[in-house]
Design a protein around this ligand. Structure first.
Ligand code: AP5
Ligand code: ZN
Length: 217
């Protein structure tokens, strides 16, 4: 399956993507994770991306589209993928259509995670990420690690993302409304959108998502 996951920052895209990708046996492709990996490795791409991410703004399309395309061309993504955080505006959505067209493939569904803004703010404020693996995501209150600051899965160090500061989160939410939300209408016109509530416990949301994708398939 070829799926796009959309939803505001902190909706739980990364959390759900880890389970959905496993259940569906497709790779989880997160442009945010790809940028963070480039930043921690100090690559030129990471250096360019960092200034935009710090400000809560979108990284320029020419950088993002090239990086996403390269990842989608890897062998493990040939029979399907779960895109998380890409596309994020109409230019990227059209570029994705072009990439899919080149390979004679198409999207199966766009899964839209709906969460009220006050919940998103609570989720982001308490988020802790693992330095070893970006799919190990915790929350100080909702999904606390057994030992403070230590990843349950691999023992790695947990940290708070640099762009999770309150003022940057506000900017990211604004960018989501102005730049990203329009892609939902773009995909509605293609009858690809399935919307689910992302409230409730993590496994409940996963089950809701699997059912919705089953209906979309
Ligand atoms: P990116 O990394 O994509 O961030 P985002 O979209 O803002 O989403 P988040 O990672 O903040 O949240 P999430 O929905 O994955 O939530 P999570 O599962 O962690 O992008 C970061 C930046 O990179 C952008 O601002 C931009 O600069 C750049 N970028 C990336 N892609 C780009 C693109 N295509 N174009 C241009 N620039 C791009 O969950 C959040 C918290 O909630 C966690 O603590 C989790 O434990 C908790 N939680 C999850 N589910 C539940 C639940 N059901 N109940 C209670 N708590 C829960
Ligand atoms: Zn870990």
């Amino acid at each position: 399956m070829r799926i796009v996951l959309v939803g505001p920052p902190g909706a739980g895209k990364g959390t759900q993507a880890a389970f959905l990708a496993k259940n569906l046996s497709i790779p989880h492709i997160s442009t945010g994770d790809l940028f963070r990996a480039n930043i921690s490795q100090g690559t030129p791409l990471g250096q360019k991306a960092q200034e935009y991410m710090r400000a809560g703004q979108l990284v320029p399309d020419e950088i993002t589209i090239g990086m996403a395309k390269e990842r989608m061309q890897q062998p493990d993504a040939q029979s399907g993928f779960l895109l998380d955080g890409f596309p994020r505006n109409l230019v990227q959505a059209e570029a994705l259509d072009g990439i899919l067209h080149e390979t004679g493939t198409k999207l199966d569904a766009v899964l839209d995670l709906e969460v009220p803004e006050d919940e998103v703010v609570r989720r982001i404020a308490g988020r802790r990420m693992c330095r070893n693996d970006s799919s190990h995501i915790f929350h100080v209150e909702y999904n606390p690690p057994k030992a403070e600051g230590v990843c349950d899965v691999c023992g790695g160090e947990l940290y708070q993302r640099e762009d999770d500061k309150e003022e940057t989160v506000r900017k990211r939410l604004e960018v989501y409304h102005t730049e990203t939300e329009p892609i939902i209408d773009y995909y509605k016109a293609q009858e690809l959108v399935v919307t689910i509530s992302a409230l409730g416990k993590v496994p409940e949301v996963t089950q809701r998502a699997m059912e919705a994708l089953g209906r979309a398939a």
